[in-house]
Write a protein that binds this ligand. Structure first.
Ligand code: FAD
Ligand code: 8R5
Length: 450
């Protein structure tokens, strides 16, 4: 077998696999992609359920590297902030930024994947559907492929393999069996179920479209993201065990009782709640940590396969896209594949751990802290300090969602800033009571310009 340098095999034509295929094919690589599912473009993305994702600056920037940002934005709904639905029926928009330049975008997963697959093929990548990777022989650089449609099996050779095959990665499993990757999975004690708010009778949105809706209830929460077809995808997050949990809310009747009691305004807009609750699966959540992402010059992991995270910062795809740009650059810069893989891992691993940490932290913020007056004062002070100290005090949410500073920097500066907010606001209930000059002094003493 000959090992041709600029040939690469990508496992998975999901979000990361399809983007990486585009970026590398455009740079002249010979790219083949193996995808276990059928080509979703044939059946059409309108079939099935609407699952949407929040796209932020990191993801958009990566899409722009493939020339796809405008196409995707044209098919998305802009979200200006969190629309918080309190238990007493009050509703409040907490904006993500000071104006409409700092917004996130709700995109339909199927449609986004469709755009990415078209781009990958247009760039010259070959996508092989119905190709599920089963076993991998890293000594022979050979893998077995199963067609789940007609049950046929075949073997393929590879020079270099990228595992972009998601959280349940077969490439990771095979790499780990060859040389331990130092894998650790931390399950979250909460799970989720997807539900729906359909369009109104007149065809319009039943809730404010330009927001990410949150119903924080302390130990659990509901969220809703808008779809271009004027529906909302609702996600219910509950503990798996305990008083209000998927163990106690088990039937459609339980769900109707919970929603009518705890989320009455959402419930009024969910005619299909009972049916959806019974029909849709309850899915677990976990964080995946690996010590190593690559096996010398043979294989590397990225996206969810390398660092699956809990969803609460809406950064899984954004981070996976950032990985793709980074890997394409390292491969372009360094002719030695093993050293490109190693430097890619060294750059991305600390940042993956940082966003995994922030995603876990954001769950408490979304489900609980947004209801707390002390937290509201800190948020208000955060905005004021950011205005008074541009480039010095940048809210963590802004660094993560609207900028591209490394996630590890956002985590570190965020910790310092959180302490400043606590130090300056403790003992006060209104922003007028805060000594802003003293807070500015803390900002200047503890932070360097970003
Ligand atoms: P995937 O997109 O999962 O792609 C993996 C691909 O590999 C799939 O096409 C799969 O069929 C294929 N595959 C798997 N095994 C094999 C095999 N053995 N052989 C061949 N092919 C295989 N992220 C955000 O940034 N913002 C959000 O708002 C957001 N919302 C989300 C909502 C939901 C309901 C979920 C589940 C996730 C959400 N995420 C979000 C996270 C985001 O979806 C993932 O982080 C992202 O899809 C990771 O991309 P990936 O390419 O690594 O994996
Ligand atoms: N993923 C998101 C945010 C942060 C919003 C904020 C949170 C559902 C399975 Cl839970 C969640 C966010 O801090 O105000 N931005 O984007 C997306 C989220 O959940 C997605 C839809 C999800 C996996 C189920």
């Amino acid at each position: 077998m000959t090992i041709t340098p600029r040939r690469i095999l990508i496992a998975g034509a999901g979000l990361a696999g399809a983007l990486l295929a585009t970026l590398l094919a455009r740079r002249g690589w010979q790219v083949d992609v193996l995808e276990k599912r059928p080509d979703q473009r044939i059946r059409g993305y309108e079939s099935g359920r609407s699952i949407n994702l929040a796209l932020a600056e990191r993801g958009l920037h990566a899409l722009s590297a493939a020339g796809l940002d405008k196409d995707v934005l044209a098919r998305s709904v802009m979200m200006r902030g969190r629309m918080v639905h309190f238990s007493d029926g009050r509703v409040q928009l907490q904006r993500y930024g000071s104006d409409d330049s700092d917004v996130i975008h709700s995109v339909h997963r199927g449609r986004l994947n469709h755009i990415l697959l078209d781009a990958a093929e247009a760039a010259g990548a070959r996508i092989h559907f119905h190709h599920r990777i089963d076993e991998i022989d890293f000594e022979r650089r050979c893998l077995s492929v199963v067609n789940d449609h007609d049950r046929s099996r075949s073997n393929m050779e590879f020079a270099v393999l990228v595992g972009a095959d998601g959280a349940g990665s077969a490439v990771r499993r095979a790499m780990n069996a060859h040389t331990a990757l130092g894998e650790r999975v931390e399950p979250l004690e909460h799970a989720y179920k997807e539900l729906e708010i359909p369009p109104a009778q007149d065809g319009g949105f039943r809730l404010e479209p330009h927001a990410l809706h949150i119903w924080p209830r302390g130990g659990y929460m509901c969220i809703a993201l808008p779809n271009t077809e004027r529906s909302f995808t609702v996600t219910l997050f509950l503990p798996q065990q305990g008083e209000t949990s998927f163990a106690t809310i088990a039937t459609a009747a339980d769900a109707v009782a919970l929603f009518s009691r705890e989320f009455p305004d959402a419930f009024a807009q969910m005619p299909g709640l009972a049916t959806d609750f019974a029909a849709h699966p309850t899915s677990p959540l976990a964080t995946l940590y690996l010590e190593r992402w690559h096996l010398d010059n043979r294989a590397v992991l990225l996206g969810d396969a390398a660092h699956a995270m809990v969803p609460f910062h809406g950064q899984g795809m954004n981070c996976a896209f950032e990985d793709c740009v980074a890997l394409a650059e390292h491969l372009q810069r360094d002719n030695d594949i093993a050293s490109a893989f190693a430097s890619f891992g060294a750059e991305r691993q600390p940042n993956a751990i940082a966003i995994q940490t922030m995603a876990l932290e954001n769950y408490r913020e979304m489900r609980d802290q947004v209801r707390d007056p002390a937290f509201a004062l800190q948020r208000q002070l955060e905005t004021v300090l950011a205005q008074r100290n541009p480039c010095l005090f940048v809210p963590r949410y802004t660094m993560v969602s609207f900028q591209r500073v490394p996630y590890a920097v956002a985590l570190e500066r965020g910790r310092i800033q959180r302490q400043i907010l606590i130090d300056a606001s403790t003992g006060h209930s209104r922003i007028e009571q805060v000594d802003l000059a003293a807070a500015d002094a803390m900002v200047r003493a503890r932070l360097t310009p970003l």
